[in-house]
Structures are given as C-alpha cells and as structure tokens.
Design a binder for this molecule. Structure first.
Ligand code: ADP
Length: 161
C-alpha cells in the first residue's frame, strides 16, 4: 500500500528543521507531498517561485518527495494527490495551539484526513524561518541551520557575497 502524506507550510525559507520533519515523515509514510503555501496573508519575504526553487533544490535527490505550490484548501490538495494524512512538526508548547486549531478545522472539512505530528529534533527546536531571516539579514551565520541551496538565496536577498 502506498501511503501518501502532505506536508504543508510557508517554507520562507525551508530550514533543516523542515527537512528533519520530512525525513521523519518518510519513516511513517511512503511518499511526502511538500506543499508550499502561497500564503499572502503572512507577507512572505521570498516569493512563491523562490520558495519552491529552494525546496526543489533541497530535495532534488529524493524520488519519494514531490514538491508543489498551492493557494487553495489543503484538504482539496490532499485529495488531488490521494494523501490520507497531513504531516506537521511540533517544536514547543507554543506551536500547539495553532496546530490544534488547524488540525481541528481540517478534520471538520474532511473527517477522513488525519493530521500526524512529529517532534522536532532537539537541536532544531529553536529553528524557525523567522529567526533564519532575521539572523541572516544582520549578517549572522545560518549555514548549519538551512539546506545549502538556501544560503545563496539569503545572500542574494540581503546583498551579501
Ligand atoms: P506555517 O506557516 O504553515 O506554520 P512553516 O513553514 O512555518 O509554515 O512551518 C511548517 C510546519 O513545520 C509547521 O508544522 C511547523 O511547526 C513545522 N516546523 C517549522 N520549523 C520546525 C522545526 N525546526 N522542527 C520541527 N518542525 C518545524
């Protein structure tokens, strides 16, 4: 049986914490659909095309990870890819409330789609896209926290060489 899960997020930009969630997901599922939300409400720093490019470069060698952009309902996208679950990561108690609301809303929209949570790796619990953007904008070194394809996009965005 081919078990497909869908991992949605803004990925602004993708971090090694996100990569760890995908790797954990692949222990539970056969295939991960990584869905990059256009999410204009969050005013992302990177446009959708750039966020997709960074994710595609990161998982170029993974035949069991499919990348897509989306701006509609997640449950509709799940049906399109025959995914029976949604994958999300939890770092700390502070993530819980938002994740709980989203999982409950998605269950209301489609009771057949389960949300599965994996716990962040201990050394990535503090890693968030927001901190990556902030530290990088001030010239800090984030090379141990993001996949290497992200570094060049951060340098370009902040005019660093
Ligand atoms: P969203 O805007 O949907 O929250 P994000 O890209 O910020 O998108 O996060 C996508 C998912 O990845 C969320 O479930 C988030 O909790 C999880 N996540 C983000 N960073 C980490 C990390 N360092 N370790 C584990 N999970 C993470």
């Amino acid at each position: 049986m081919n078990r497909v899960t869908i991992y949605p997020g803004t990925f602004d930009p993708i971090t090694l914490g996100h990569v760890d969630v995908v790797e954990r997901g692949l222990k539970l599922f056969d295939h991960v659909i990584l869905a990059v939300a256009s999410n204009p409400g969050k005013l992302p720093m990177f446009d959708l095309e750039t966020r997709l490019a960074m994710v595609r470069e990161t998982f170029a060698q993974h035949s069991n990870v499919t990348i897509t952009g989306f701006n509609g309902l997640l449950v509709d996208l799940a049906h399109q890819y025959h995914a029976t679950s949604i994958l999300r990561g939890l770092r700390a108690a502070s993530d819980f409330e938002y994740e709980f609301q989203m999982a409950t809303m998605n269950r209301r929209l489609d009771a057949d789609i389960e949300t599965a949570f994996v716990m962040a790796r201990e050394d990535y619990t503090f890693v968030s896209s927001r901190f990556i953007r902030e530290i990088s904008s001030m010239g800090g070194d984030v090379s141990t926290l993001v996949p290497s394809p992200v570094l060049k996009h951060l340098q370009k965005a902040f005019n660093q060489s």
